[in-house]
Design a protein around this ligand. Structure first.
Ligand code: GTB
Length: 216
């Protein structure tokens, strides 16, 4: 059964692959599972048919037969459990790779998102500049720790896993800030993820949506 995911009809990231459908596309490409994409507008995301799939009116969603899922982490975990290629076979290694999925989403991404959203929400407020070092510091603290753990390894725990897939996409959210570049091993780690053929296929597919929309 070919799964269907949802993505922005018109992504605010202008094809940079930062919206979360990119994570699901990449996972599906890694495991060789073809998929379809249904594009939704911001208005449609808040209407009953989409809210029935996603209680918070967001993308991505994932439909496969009578299964409907929301939350990128749950979708990636589902794909990784159903296919080979994103989780190790050994039970303990599988549990550790799962821990990295949660670490990416629950520990590393929140300060990155807070830094980003604060810029949008309070960028024009007088206190914003004074808060910047605090927000940047929280991000750097996590990246210091992540960089120490990664060391000179290629991936976080042995072979490439769903945990790496999510961590690479989380770190990409710092693009343009120069912060990841302060950590040469993390920069190389992100580049290694982006060099994977499955990443490139996923990136090109989401970019094609933006290119087609902007040529209309
Ligand atoms: N916890 C959920 C998950 O992990 O699936 C969060 C899903 C989520 O944040 N979805 C966003 C969304 O639907 C799109 S990805 N937003 C619309 C809304 O809430 O109304 C977040 C995102 C959006 C845009 C950029 N960008 O432009 O760079 C980057 C990331």
């Amino acid at each position: 059964m070919t799964p269907t995911i949802t993505a922005f009809e018109s992504s605010p990231d202008r094809g940079r692959g930062l919206a979360r459908d990119m994570r699901v596309r990449w996972a599906l490409e890694e495991v060789g599972q073809p998929y379809e994409v249904r594009f939704v507008s911001f208005r449609e995301m808040k209407e009953p048919p989409h809210l029935a799939l996603h209680p918070f009116g967001q993308i991505p969603t994932y439909e496969e037969g009578d299964l409907a899922l929301f939350e990128t982490g749950a979708i990636i975990l589902h794909i990784a459990q159903r296919h080979t290629g994103l989780l190790p076979q050994d039970a303990n290694a599988r549990a550790r790779a799962t821990a990295w999925i949660f670490a990416a989403l629950n520990t590393v991404e929140p300060p990155i998102v807070e830094r980003e959203q604060t810029r949008y929400a309070e960028g024009d407020k007088p206190w914003h500049e004074a808060r910047r070092p605090l927000l940047d510091g929280r991000v750097r603290r996590r990246l210091d720790q992540l960089s120490s753990r990664l060391g000179d390894a290629d991936w976080l725990d042995g072979e490439f896993s769903a945990g790496d897939l999510l961590m690479v996409t989380v770190l990409r959210r710092l693009e343009g800030s120069g912060i990841v570049e302060e950590y040469p091993n993390l920069s190389a780690y992100v580049a290694r993820g982006q060099a994977r053929p499955a990443y490139k296929r996923a990136f090109d597919a989401q970019l094609a949506v933006f290119t087609a929309a902007s040529s209309r």
